[in-house]
Ligand binder design. Structure first.
Ligand code: GRF
Length: 213
C-alpha cells in the first residue's frame, strides 16, 4: 500500500463523493440520507454503475444526482473502462470514491489514481470471508460473530487497510437473509460515519494500519 497521506480538509469542506454501484443501493441511500440530515459533510457528485437496471441509479436520479451507466461490453478491457470512469470522476471533482455494492474488480490504474481515496464496504469482518456471499460463508463456516468492514481499496480484493468494523452475532437458525439484514443495518450506520471521519481529516493511514485521530 502506498504511503499517500490522506488529505486534510478545511472546516466546512464538503467532501465530493463519487459512488460506484451495481445493485440495490441501500448503502448509497444511507449516504444520501446522512448528507441530507447534516450528519455527513459531503456531496454525492456522481453515481456510476456497471449495471443498467441497478435500482441504485434510480435512487440517485430521484434526488437529482447525476448518474452514469457504463456498459462493460462497450470497452475492450478493464483499463479502457476504468479510464472513462476516472475521466468522469475527475470531471465531477470527486475526492473520494465509494464502492457501495460495486460488483466489479477495479484496475490498479484506478487504485493508483485515488490512493487511500477509494473506500469499500464489505459484509464480513475482514480478513474473514472475503469475496462473494460473505454472509453465507460465515454461516457455512459456523462463525459465531460476523459483521461489516469499511476499508481502503488496494490492488487485491477485499484487502486494503481496515478503517472500521462493526460486529454482529450469528444466531442459531440464521438464514442468509436474516444475517444479511442484521449486517446491513450496521453497514448503513458505519459507512456514513466513516465518511464523516474522513471529511473531518481524522483518518490517517500508516501502512496497513489506519489511525482515527
Ligand atoms: C452490501 O452488503 C455491501 O456490503 C456489499 O454489497 C452490498 C450492497 O448492498 N459490498 P446495497 O446495494 O448497498 O444495498
Amino acid at each position: 500500500m502506498s504511503e499517500s497521506p490522506v488529505p486534510s480538509f478545511d472546516m466546512g469542506h464538503r467532501l465530493m463523493l463519487g459512488v460506484l454501484v451495481s445493485g440495490r443501493g441501500s448503502n448509497l441511500q444511507a449516504i444520501m440520507e446522512a448528507v441530507e440530515d447534516g450528519r455527513l459533510s459531503a456531496r454525492v457528485a456522481v453515481v456510476m454503475s456497471n449495471k443498467k437496471e441497478a435500482p441504485a441509479l434510480e435512487l440517485a436520479r430521484k434526488r437529482g444526482i447525476p448518474t452514469l451507466f457504463l456498459n462493460p461490453s462497450d470497452y475492450p478491457d478493464r483499463s479502457g473502462y476504468d479510464e472513462v470512469m476516472i475521466q468522469t470522476l475527475k470531471m465531477y471533482g470527486v475526492e473520494v470514491v465509494v464502492l457501495a455494492g460495486y460488483m466489479r474488480l477495479v484496475t490498479p490504474m484506478l487504485v493508483q489514481t485515488y490512493p487511500n481515496r477509494i473506500i469499500n464496504i464489505h459484509p464480513s469482518l475482514l480478513p474473514a470471508f472475503p469475496g462473494l456471499q460473505a454472509q453465507s460463508q460465515a454461516i457455512a463456516y459456523g462463525a459465531k460473530v460476523s459483521g461489516c468492514t469499511v476499508h481502503f481499496v488496494d490492488e487485491e480484493v477485499d484487502h486494503g487497510p481496515i478503517i472500521a468494523q462493526t460486529a454482529v452475532p450469528v444466531l442459531e437458525g440464521d438464514s442468509e437473509a436474516s444475517l444479511t439484514d442484521r449486517i446491513l443495518a450496521e453497514e448503513h450506520r458505519l459507512l456514513p460515519r466513516v465518511l464523516q471521519l474522513y471529511a473531518e481529516g481524522r483518518v490517517n493511514v500508516d501502512g496497513r494500519k489506519v489511525l482515527i485521530l
